[in-house]
Design a binder for this molecule. Sequence first.
Ligand code: EPU
Length: 381
Amino acid sequence: MSWVQVPPGPPRKFLAILVIREDFSFTKHVHIPVCGILIPDMEVHTNIPLKNYTTMKLGGPARFMVEVRTPEEVIAIHRNAVSKNIPIFVLGGGSNVIARDEGFPGIVIRIRIPGFEVITDDINSTTIKIGAGENWDEIVKRTVDMHLSGIEAMSLIPGTAGAAPVQNVGAYGQEIADTLVSLEAYDSQTDTIVVLQNEACGFAYRDSIFRGREKGRYVITSITLKLSKSQPSPPFYDALQTYFDTHGITFFTQETVRDAVMAIRTEKLPDPTVRPNTGSFFKNAIIENWQLTDLRASFPDIKVFDMGGGRSKIPSGWLIEQSGMKGQLLHGMRVHDKNALVLINESATGYADLAAARDEVIGAVRDKFRIQIEQEPLELQ
Ligand code: EPU
């Protein structure tokens, strides 16, 4: 990558802006100088099929696509796109995003920012700053190799580190909200890089401000995690404990947890590189406890997990299975036969097929249980 030195001096408007042509065929290096800072030459690609960048393997063309490797590049692209009224979508690994057939009429920014830096290290814990573009599972592996605990149960989750806080990823009893100290992000409202502490991220079950009330405002550039030096200890998530019991494992380390999670996930979840999917396609259902009485009367076997605060979680995989949808092929989408929470794109011809399959599953659960389940992946629009 080459760099353009913008002459120092008072802040000024852009010397040049994205060279955007209407014929979509244009691909070349463009210079994006901004306000006297160093800005790289960046390659802007046009007319890029989103199905090649999302693990569900659906989606028409993005008008523009660019890869960014530094926060400065995020700022430059953002400012220029905003000045041209071009919509922006930030993509990590594409493993929790659904693209539509019409594609995206703006610029898709692919976050490739690297980084793995130990910030503090004491007798109990190590705090690490991680670039948003790092592959999540490689980070988990690195921290497990360092004998650190806190994200080992989130092994094999596809995607990037920067995408993890957006949906507050979680698995087997851990979620990123438990270890995230803070994150850095470009704030498009104030046009600055900001540090958001954990409490400012609005974390909840599979939710945060980044996909909720502040959707589109921030571009996460790094995350900082505080990981423990203690070894994992019981009680473990049910599926994990069952695995330990059946394999006679009684001594627990970060490695044994990672290995167990990898074995369970490999058995229950389809590999997105072989069978296109986005992991859990539905969020688990959250209901108010007062609704439980009627549900328990009609369905005595219903699986319920108390969430505190007068609310309970009902596994949507169980609801979908009980509704008779597990294993079904609907409009080219397969409801996974080992985990009904997952939809696999076997032969869908486009977004309409996926939407029809999704709506049939949601409808079947609603008809049987009068519970409305929701799609988990975000829509690229
Ligand atoms: N279940 C069924 N039928 C199914 C699937 C599940 O009856 O087809 C039952 C299970 O027997 C179990 C309960 O539902 O009693 C919960 O199932 P599981 O432990 O597999 O977890 P989950 O709630 O279905 C969540 C996450 C997963 C994560 C697992 C393990 C969500 C939306 N999904 O699934 O995350 O791996 O817990 O912690 O919260 C992902 O987000 O992509 C993902 C895979």
